[in-house]
Design a protein around this ligand. Structure first.
Ligand SMILES: [Zn+2]
Ligand SMILES: [Zn+2]
Length: 172
């Protein structure tokens, strides 16, 4: 648990609590998918006093995950670099929160837990799909050959005889 006491912070507006932690590589689950992080998670930032009842975590998480190319299934290393702006408030002070900052978590027993917010932001930073390279040719839908390493024979007979008939028509 990445739990920080904000007791003093809530009392002293000039105080800032630096956050600098390194987390072991872990699996990120998104729905049915699981992605392995290949590097440690470097979390940096600070906890800032917003008012006597609220603190803000301003942070950044840097790591890298392994995904598979959406076309050819080759493993791809995807850098993750997300910023976090997470407000924590004391229970009962909901009315003081500006409408645009509705997305808050609670300060419990004068402490904030950063685990959930870090994991959540990393999940959001995972792209829907990646390609190993911009012009990845993908796999042949018929024989499964990786077309980045040369073509297969399936493609050669995929011309449509109806088009050949048209071509003959126009060439006359
Ligand atoms: Zn690919
Ligand atoms: Zn093929």
């Amino acid at each position: 648990m990445l739990s920080y006491s904000v007791k003093n912070l809530l009392q002293d507006p000039s105080l800032r609590i630096p956050v600098e932690i390194t987390l072991e590589p872990a699996v990120v689950r998104i729905g049915e998918e699981e992605y392995l992080t290949l590097e440690e998670w470097k979390v940096t930032g600070e906890l800032i006093n917003v008012s006597g009842t609220a603190v803000l975590f301003e942070g950044r998480v840097v790591t890298a995950i392994e995904m598979r190319c959406a076309r050819c299934n080759t493993p791809v290393t995807v850098p993750i670099d997300v910023t976090i702006h997470q407000r924590f408030i004391k229970e009962g002070s909901e009315a003081d929160v500006p409408e645009e900052d509705f997305d808050y978590l609670f300060i419990e027993n004068d402490r904030v837990d950063l685990d959930d917010t870090i994991l959540y932001e990393v999940q959001l930073g995972v792209p829907m799909r990646v390609l190993c390279k911009e012009d990845c040719k993908g796999l042949c839908p018929i024989c499964g050959k990786d077309l980045n390493y040369g073509s297969c024979n399936c493609q050669e007979d995929d011309s449509d005889p109806r088009w050949d008939a048209l071509k003959d028509l126009f060439s006359e």
